[in-house]
Write a protein that binds this ligand. Sequence first.
Ligand code: SAH
Length: 213
Amino acid sequence: MKDTLKHQGLRNQLVKIISEKGITNKSVLNAIAKVPRHLFMDSSFADFAYQDKAFPIAAEQTISQPYTVAFQTEVLQVEPGHKVLEIGTGSGYQTAVLIEVGAKVYTIERQQELFKKTKLFLPKLGYKPKKMVFGDGYIGLPEEAPFDSIIVTAGAPFVPKPLLAQLKIGGRLVIPVGDEVQTMNLFVRTSEIDFEKQELGKFKFVPMLKERN
Ligand code: SAH
């Protein structure tokens, strides 16, 4: 597992690409400049790690496109110390970016194989989520709620009610909703019973599936 000056140079180019696409939050750009994405990928794809593209990981899943990771992270408006719930740990890349921007991360993965692999891998890079759970993201993590924000990194057919219920007042849920193509939805909880919804463009994710596997 090596991170070299060459990798750092490639990351700086990636930061330039995603800032040209519209990401402006300094802390998010710094996180993308820091997290060694090539180490989160299969060695056969590692040469492409700093292209702004999604790539296959284990269990027919993907590591999200860096722009998408940066976009969702920016939308969350993470402040240092915020409690953030992530649905879909996958490779752990998004988890690492959240930790870099100062979040205390709770993350759920439904694929046993990915869960085990990423749970071992992240601490090796020095990334320590508060909690990594093998479970079903449709349920969220009621025992740790409420959260400052919740990020869903798989395409959801609908917005799971438990996730809205687990937000603090003022908290934010960012979730791609749809089948083939998803609309990025942002929900802000404005009171115990009120949520404001915004639609933030089209994206493509692997599907959010039910229960554990
Ligand atoms: N954040 C990841 C993206 C992985 S792709 C990364 O940066 O690599 C989406 C992930 O969501 C996959 O790992 C998939 O197994 C997981 N997933 C799908 N449905 C889920 C569910 N109901 N609960 C938890 N994780 C789920």
